[in-house]
Each structure stands twice: as structure tokens, then as C-alpha cells.
Design a protein around this ligand. Structure first.
Ligand code: PGA
Ligand code: ZN
Length: 430
């Protein structure tokens, strides 16, 4: 019977993502009729040390953004190397792709080609077993629904406004179930729309890349204040029910040759940036801050963690890029208490799972995350449950590519029924 899991075919094509950019889809079929289909996401504020997303660079097609080379790499190099293998041998298959690629950063085949194949292989194996992906990956342990961090005000590289901080998220922690937490978030999202419209006019409700509003604001505090108003107007408390998280994505407003951070219309030196965060967290109910300094500054993160880590989760994204070596470096000097996990930052599912394991073993909170360029692919919802949370970051509760993940989590919650647990109920917050 185990023949059923043998990979019969691997195919690939170019599809389109939520920003209108081409991206790669891979389809894997097994002898037993299992089918796995996965689409690579794409970041806009990418970390310097991420695995490389291969783009054609042919300016006469899609302004150079095509991924036909990556598609060709799957068909010509990856498919012949993995056809005939058992789709359950995820590690072996991922290693083969890494070897065929042969570079440090997966630039030859493209991390987009490799991650789409890697996820499609896992989905094909799960489909052959006739079990959902989260159960295939997590077995009987997988039953914790993650706490969503919903980015409902967009700034930085994801919006056309002047907000330096990229993401202003609401985090519904104090609810009994995932679906109730999501309900609260949706109510707040809709309330925010009314608050923004009333305060700034109709043009303030345009949305950014992750479905959050992109109002014409300049100051970080301004954005936090409208979030707090919306939470309060909905009747929720912000200490125990709905908190705020920020993704500063500080590399995006760091000016390297001057060694300053440009934020709120000011230029801040490193020490001033540190004071800025300290003041902000003493004033507002902030659960976490992601990438508070530029991505090379492991010491800066560690210093901030030392100063405010008793109150706030300091999170690495561009700093740690889903790479175990980077995480080891961060662990060594205590830079972070949480990490963003983006499968396409590293390029294979098994490396992603190893990164999660390393984080969990060291008491670091994992936040499974989408990218700003997304699709209907919902693999991250399954990965988040497979590893028992505690967090998922997948945008506003709006726009199909974001709701694809929330809706899948609702399906998983229903499927698990009384077996499921909401991470908000069991996670110990700082
Ligand atoms: P990206 O941003 O997907 O545009 O890189 C998301 C993030 O920084 O968390
Ligand atoms: Zn980030």
C-alpha cells in the first residue's frame, strides 16, 4: 500500500498573487491519487538574509517580475529529482532540492520554486492519507488554534501613507475560542472603518497590501489611538481582551549612511529610538514589537529586551529570517522572545519546522506568518495548528487571500470540535 505515496508527477505554472505579481504554483500528484497544490507568497519588506526569490528580470514581460524561470526549474530540475520518491520523506526531498540548488541562499532554483514544491509534497502526502495537512504534520498533538495578530492599519512599505511603522495589529487574547476571538477582531475592524471615516474622511478607508486601512497619518501614536478607540467602542477591554502589536520593520526607515531612524517626522539616533520604544510601551497596552531596530542590530534588540522584556514580547522577523543559524545567534545574546516564521524566508518545510522546534525548545514564541503578497494558499493555517500556535499573523479579516487563512482556521476549529483549544486560554502572556 505504501506505493500510494510515491510521487507520480510534479508540475508547475505561473499564477498571480494578491498584489498582481506573478508567482509560482506547484502541483504534486501521488500514485494513490493524492494531490498537493501550493503557491509561493512574496514579501515587500524582505530581510537581507532571506532565501532568494527568483524573478525573471525580463523587463518586457511583467516588468521583470515574471517567475517563468522558477517554473522551468521545477519542471526541468526538481521534478526529475523527486519523482518516484515517497512523498512522506519530506526531509529527504527537501535535502535533495537543497543539493540540486547547491547555493547557500537557494538563488539557483529559487526559494519560491523550492518552497512551493516542498509544501505541495506535504499536501500530496496528507491527501494520500486522507487527513488534513495540520494532522499529517502535527499528529494527535495538533489541537491548539493560534491567537491571530490582525494587521488593521498598514504603513511602511505596505501603504502609501507617511506612517513609518509598517503594521498596527489587534490581538484578541481574552476569548474562549478562536472563532470568538476572530469575531471580536472583525467587529473592531468594522468599527475602525467608521472611526477613520468620521475623523479623516472617506479617503482614509482605502486599504493597504494586507487588507488593513492605510489612513493619511504620520504619527505612530495617532494610529494606536484610533485602534484603542475602536476596541473601546466595541466594548472590549484592552488590558485583558484585545491588545496591540506592532511590526516596526525598522530596516525600512533606517537610514544606513546616517545611522538614524526616520520616524514621526524626526530623525532618531539609536539611543533615542530605544527611548522611543520605552515611552511607547509605558503609555500603551502593547503586547509585542517586531523588528524594533534594523536587521543587523542583534545587540539593539537585546538591549531593548532587557529594558522592557518584562512587559513586551520583542519579536524578530528580518532579524532571524526563519533561519536556525540566525536564531542561534539571537538566542546567544537574548535578542528576542518571539520569532516570525515565514516558510518562504528559508525555502523548505523541514527547515521551517526545525526553526519552530528550536524556538519552542528555547521558550521563544512562534508567530506563523503570511507575506504581504499572498494567495488563496492556506498552508500557514495548517502549520500554525500543527505546531500548536501560539500565534498566527495573517493580515486584516478582509481580502480573500487573508480570509483564506482565517476561514481555514474556522474549518479546522470545527473539525477538531471539543478537542480544540484556543491558544489565548493557555498561553502565558508577559
Ligand atoms: P513582507 O512584510 O511580507 O512585505 O516582507 C511582512 C512583515 O514584515 O512581517
Ligand atoms: Zn515583519
Amino acid at each position: 500500500m505504501s506505493n500510494a505515496y510515491i510521487i507520480k508527477y510534479v508540475d508547475s505554472l505561473q499564477v498571480v498573487d494578491s498584489r498582481g505579481d506573478p508567482t509560482i504554483e506547484v502541483v504534486v500528484g501521488t500514485v494513490g491519487g493524492g494531490i498537493g497544490r501550493a503557491i509561493a507568497p512574496a514579501g515587500a519588506s524582505r530581510g537581507k538574509y532571506e532565501a532568494v526569490e527568483l524573478r525573471d528580470g525580463n523587463l518586457s514581460r511583467y516588468k521583470g517580475r515574471g517567475v517563468e524561470k522558477a517554473v522551468g526549474n521545477v519542471i526541468n530540475f526538481i521534478a526529475p529529482a523527486i519523482q518516484g520518491l515517497d512523498s512522506r520523506k519530506q526531509r529527504e526531498i527537501d535535502k535533495i532540492m537543497i543539493q540540486v540548488d547547491g547555493t547557500q541562499n537557494k538563488e539557483k532554483l529559487g526559494a519560491n520554486a523550492i518552497i512551493a514544491t516542498s509544501l505541495a509534497v506535504a499536501k500530496a502526502a496528507a491527501d494520500t492519507s486522507k487527513i488534513p495537512l495540520f494532522q499529517y504534520l502535527g499528529g494527535i498533538r495538533a489541537r491548539v488554534l493560534p491567537i491571530p495578530m490582525l494587521n488593521i492599519i498598514n504603513g511602511g512599505a505596505h501603504a502609501g501613507n507617511e506612517l513609518a511603522v509598517q503594521e498596527f495589529m489587534i490581538v484578541p487574547i481574552g476569548f474562549d475560542t478562536f472563532s470568538e476571538a476572530l469575531r471580536a477582531a472583525i467587529e473592531i475592524y468594522k468599527e475602525l472603518k467608521s472611526v477613520l471615516k468620521e475623523k479623516y474622511g472617506a479617503h482614509a478607508i482605502n486599504v493597504g497590501d494586507e487588507g488593513g486601512f492605510a489612513p493619511p497619518m504620520k504619527f505612530v501614536k495617532e494610529a494606536i489611538e484610533v485602534l484603542l478607540t475602536s476596541i473601546k467602542n466595541c466594548g472590549y477591554e484592552y488590558e485583558n481582551q484585545v491588545k496591540i502589536s506592532l511590526d516596526a520593520a525598522a530596516s525600512q526607515f533606517y537610514i544606513e549612511n546616517k545611522n538614524i531612524y526616520r520616524i514621526d517626522g524626526r530623525d532618531l539616533k539609536h539611543e533615542e529610538m530605544l527611548e522611543y520604544w520605552k515611552d511607547l510601551v509605558s503609555e500603551f497596552p502593547i503586547l509585542s514589537i517586531e523588528d524594533p531596530f534594523q536587521e543587523g542590530d542583534f545587540e539593539g534588540y537585546a538591549k531593548l529586551r532587557k529594558e522592557i522584556g518584562d512587559k513586551v514580547i520583542i519579536v524578530g522577523d528580518d532579524l532571524t529570517v526563519t533561519n536556525t543559524e540566525m536564531l542561534k545567534k539571537a538566542l546567544h545574546i537574548n535578542s528576542v522572545m518571539g520569532v516570525i516564521v515565514k516558510p518562504n524566508q528559508v525555502g523548505t518545510l523541514s527547515e521551517t519546522l526545525d526553526f519552530i522546534e528550536l524556538a519552542k525548545l528555547n521558550g521563544i514564541a512562534t508567530i506563523i506568518s503570511h507575506r504581504s503578497g499572498e494567495s488563496e494558499d492556506n498552508s500557514i493555517a495548517h502549520i500554525a495548528v500543527a505546531v500548536n500556535g501560539p500565534f498566527i499573523k495573517t493580515g486584516a479579516p478582509a481580502r480573500g487571500e487573508r480570509t483564506a487563512k482565517y476561514n481555514e482556521l474556522l474549518r479546522i476549529e470545527k473539525y477538531l470540535a471539543s478537542e480544540s483549544v484556543y491558544a489565548g486560554k493557555i498561553y502565558k502572556f508577559v
